[in-house]
Ligand binder design. Structure first.
Ligand code: AQP
Length: 381
């Protein structure tokens, strides 16, 4: 078992995670050197994605692409667990047949983007029962006050951010599962003794809650859990193509607001072409006053590697239309092999996806059981 807080990554590994972002590197380097990576103390990476629709470009740039980058660059003894977190999807009502399809499509997408089951464990959350057992145990230490201040339950219910649990509208709409969602997320992470969790910026608050809950448990019962560190992708928040002040999301009612990893080149071009910008036909990078065109530049920079300012300077003398055309081509080019792999995995008749999922669940269960044995013993169960 890793000692709590032992979470330093090597310098070059971190640089590759952050695309050379020195601020992030400094943050990593500020962790005490005495606890640096060694084979006696390997890192464990965990992350998940909800099967609430086909993953989109925001999920890809904010999470999935980073997972693959970690898989390909992490030290050999780093263990990795990536999950289709299907129990989380139940925090809003789901139609059973639709959820079943999305679970399978989500799983195929994780393999299509490049996760390699011989290197990373890929599994469905509901197939590993230790997640829900630890959820219950952590809920006995989780702070209600902290949960009530979190934003996700409010945004999912279309309630204002400053609403409190005392409000009658909140009490009428709120269900326990949606409210306690961050506790299950903490259990997902802690049951695997994860030291690092690669996510998009929107998950930072949940990661802080996981660290807080791990500390609360450790304080009461002794050092069981490492405090997990967030690895925030350089693509912190990819915005909606139709409402560029909101993040791109699977559940937005307008399908043209997101580019799916399975979209054809024609669909990608159409969606980028119809992206909402403003009345100014020129190109400049100004996220506050020009969120639409700035979002397009940001997406392009995540594929191109150049800064948004450099790209804006290049497109200053040409048109917004040519920026959109180039962006559509770049996205199509990058997503085409993913789409092809995805289509062949979904069409496969050999039960390959089921076999990988079963094997993943076995490996993840074995790892989670190590934690649960220790937790049960500590609690006297
Ligand atoms: N727009 C985004 N930009 C950057 N990262 C994003 N992520 C999601 N949207 C963006 C990251 O993707 C990972 C998986 O997210 P999720 O599916 O578990 O949940 P979510 O954040 O709630 O994603 P959606 O698409 O908005 O789903 P719905 O509509 O169902 O709520 C996470 O690491 C997340 O940060």
């Amino acid at each position: 078992m890793e000692s709590p807080g032992s979470s330093t990554l090597t310098h070059s590994f971190v640089r590759s995670l952050t695309g050379g972002d020195t601020k992030e590197v400094r943050r990593w380097n500020s962790v005490p050197a005495a606890k640096a990576t060694s084979s006696a103390n390997p890192q464990i990476i965990f992350s998940g994605i909800q099967p609430t629709g086909v993953p989109h470009l925001g999920n890809y740039l904010g999470a999935l692409r980073e997972w693959v980058r970690l898989q390909d660059t992490a030290p050999k003894d780093t263990r990795m667990f990536f999950s289709i977190v299907d129990l989380h999807a139940l925090t809003v009502p789901q139609e059973a047949r639709q959820l079943k399809t999305w679970r399978r499509e989500g799983f195929a997408t994780l393999l299509a983007v490049g996760l390699d089951p011989s290197r990373a464990t890929v599994f469905h959350q509901s197939a590993v029962h230790a997640h829900t057992e630890l959820f219950w145990i952590l809920s006995t230490v989780a702070s209600m006050g902290y949960l009530s201040r979190m934003t996700q339950w409010k945004s999912k219910l279309d309630l204002p951010e400053d609403i409190s649990l005392e409000d009658s509208a909140a009490r009428a709409k709120l269900r326990l599962g949606l409210f306690s969602y961050p506790v299950l997320q903490a259990a997902d992470i802690l049951v695997h003794r994860a030291t690092h969790v690669p996510v998009g910026e929107d998950q930072r608050q949940h990661l802080e809650f996981s660290r807080y809950t791990a500390n609360s448990f450790n304080h009461l019962y002794g050092n069981i859990f490492p405090a997990p560190e967030a690895i925030i992708s350089p693509a912190k928040r990819v915005m909606s193509l139709k409402e560029p002040t909101l993040k791109m999301s699977k559940s937005h009612t307008d399908k043209r607001s997101r580019i799916l990893l399975t979209d054809s080149s024609e669909d990608i071009h159409k969606k980028v072409k119809s992206a909402l910008t403003d009345s100014d036909a020129s190109v400049s990078y100004d996220p506050v006053h020009r969120p639409g065109v700035s979002n397009l530049l940001e997406i392009l920079s995540h594929f191109d590697g150049r800064s948004c300012e450099d790209l804006a300077a290049e497109y200053k003398s040409s048109s917004l239309q040519s920026l959109k055309g180039h962006l559509g081509s770049q996205i199509s080019l990058h997503l085409q092999p993913i789409r092809e792999r995805y289509l062949s995995l979904i069409a496969d008749k050999t039960n390959y996806l089921d076999v990988v999922a079963e094997e993943g669940a076995r490996t993840a269960s074995a790892n989670a059981d190590v934690t649960m044995r220790r937790v049960r013993e500590t609690l006297g169960l």
